[in-house]
Design a protein around this ligand. Sequence first.
Ligand SMILES: Nc1ncnc2c1ncn2[C@@H]1O[C@H](COP(=O)(O)OP(=O)(O)O)[C@@H](O)[C@H]1O
Ligand SMILES: [Mg+2]
Length: 281
Amino acid sequence: MADKESKASAKNTREAQGGEGEAFDRKAIHVGEPDGEPLMDAQNLVAGYLPGVNILNGASLSLHKGEIVGIIGPNGAGKSTLLKSLFGLVHIHSGKLLLRGEDITNMRADKLVSRGVGFVPQTENVFPSLTIEENLRMGGFQAPKKFNERFEYVSSIFPKLASRKDQLAGSLSGGERQMVAMGRALMMRPSVLLLDEPSAGLSPMLQDETFIQVRKVNKAGVSVVIVEQNARRCLQICDRGYVLDQGRNAYSGTGRDLMTDPKVVSLYLGNLEEEVEKEGR
Ligand SMILES: Nc1ncnc2c1ncn2[C@@H]1O[C@H](COP(=O)(O)OP(=O)(O)O)[C@@H](O)[C@H]1O
Ligand SMILES: [Mg+2]
């Protein structure tokens, strides 16, 4: 089912849930790509860092309100580049990027933030010499007067950030830092959050915790695009996913479709377990 052209097996079975910042009812979650205008829509993006060298060769992605959408694929496939191009950090040479129908192709990151887009980069996503609270203040610098209200909002999702607010971010564990990084981005109350490999470098247990946090953020009313090396775990929490290969969409479908598609499994998820079992017989 999860082949190139397929959108998804089943069509939308729900109306978009909640409003900006309102909790989503995940029990009513759809299967497959919902009908209607996507919140964010990237169409055939061609982009790169150097003139004449394209890293994205026509990548497309849509995110509907309430969804968690995953981007998986091999190292160097252009996953981070795609995410950066959605946040105005990589120049889009051709193709179109829309937010609620508005053309935001190559719009600057600070303008995107004020339109409700948040971004958590793969690395160096906290200020280690600042406290948790100071990190969150940095995240909310475009709306300093709303600090208390926003801090409360972020603390309701990540209570640990409030109880440890005076601790230096540099002294936190990897999982806790990811929480600070997400919290920082949430200070602007985004409706779209772009996450680049939040589980990278964490122990399996902490990886699980991070994915649970992502679900929590989503439940709180934030639609999420998440890039992950840890493809299986990512697809488990995603409504829909895209496999990116050499800057192009290779496969797309529901998380479950992709996880069970034999081609996706053998090409991108690995069948080591099966092979070992066969060898053992
Ligand atoms: N800042 C940069 N300048 C030039 N090339 C880059 C830069 N960042 C990434 N690339 C190149 O873009 C390609 C895709 O990288 P990336 O998007 O980071 O892949 P992924 O996140 O899927 O591992 C790689 O060939 C990488 O070398
Ligand atoms: Mg990357």
